[in-house]
Design a protein around this ligand. Structure first.
Ligand code: G3H
Length: 255
């Protein structure tokens, strides 16, 4: 079956208003293959700006706005946090959850990540659930164990059926921002494992879930990565801050 392809830009704590303008103009000029969606995830202060500029300039309908994080509570005394309703008011459609930088630097547990996935789904938005192993875990052959545990905690929380509305991004931590991309074969092998793991709970849903690869994807390696049968697009960090390079990556998504 044909799965949806997604290319998502995670700007992390980078970018500014000028980049929002340039990205919207640049992406509007890209010919996106049918069945390909593009998601731009700037920092919180730029979400409303993105929407305002997109409304003013017009935006291809397959380009969407995403957030890099959300708080799992609906509202309350959580200084510095952002609720799902606030994101909805800014026209956000996708939310990155469980990025390894959130898990490592901010100590987000798999339970918290699962709560956030549930919160995003309950609001009718799409979570981009990030999973991935560290270099030490790969070297000690624990990759599949780590990925299974990260996935199982979300399955336990929301049930496998709800994965129909979940996007998964596999990002080996050792490949993030390091220039050390997983080889297409290694990435494919791990994506296939993820799909097979989901299939143990529900084969039909496993076959439908878009699986994105993330970790030093750039204009030179995107085509071979996206050509792999179980890779349905990418979660792009550094290369998504360069409009021309990101356009090349979006154009390479197979749809
Ligand atoms: O969310 C994106 C990933 O962390 C990948 O970042 P990168 O493309 O800079 O390696």
């Amino acid at each position: 079956m044909k799965r949806r392809s997604i290319v998502a830009a995670n700007w992390k704590m980078n970018g500014n208003l000028s980049l929002i303008n340039d990205m919207i103009t640049g992406l509007n000029a890209v010919h996106l293959t049918e069945n390909v969606d593009v998601v731009v995830c700037p920092s919180f202060p730029y979400l409303a700006s993105f929407t305002a500029i997109a409304q003013r300039e017009g935006l291809q309908k397959s380009i969407h706005l995403g957030s890099q994080n959300v708080n799992e509570h609906q509202s309350g005394a959580f200084t510095g946090e952002i609720s799902i309703d606030m994101l909805k008011e800014c026209s956000v459609q996708y939310v990155i959850v469980g990025h390894s930088e959130r898990r490592d630097i901010y100590k987000e547990s798999s339970k918290l990540v699962a709560d956030k996935v549930a919160c995003v789904l309950d609001a009718g938005l799409t979570p981009i659930l990030c999973i991935g192993e560290s270099e030490a875990e790969r070297e000690t052959e624990q990759t599949n164990l780590v990925l299974s545990a990260q996935l199982q905690s979300v399955i336990d929380k929301i049930g496998i059926e709800k994965f129909d509305d979940v996007v998964i991004a596999y990002e080996p931590v050792w490949a993030i921002g390091t220039g050390k991309t997983a080889s297409p074969e290694m990435a494919q092998e791990t994506h296939q494992f993820i799909r097979e793991f989901l299939a143990l709970s529900n084969a039909e849903i496993a076959n439908k879930v878009p699986l994105l690869y993330g970790g030093s994807v750039n204009a030179s390696n995107c085509e071979t990565l996206f050509a792999q049968p179980d890779i349905d697009g990418g979660l792009i960090g550094g290369a998504s801050l360069k409009v021309d390079e990101f356009k090349v990556i979006c154009s390479a998504a197979k749809g």
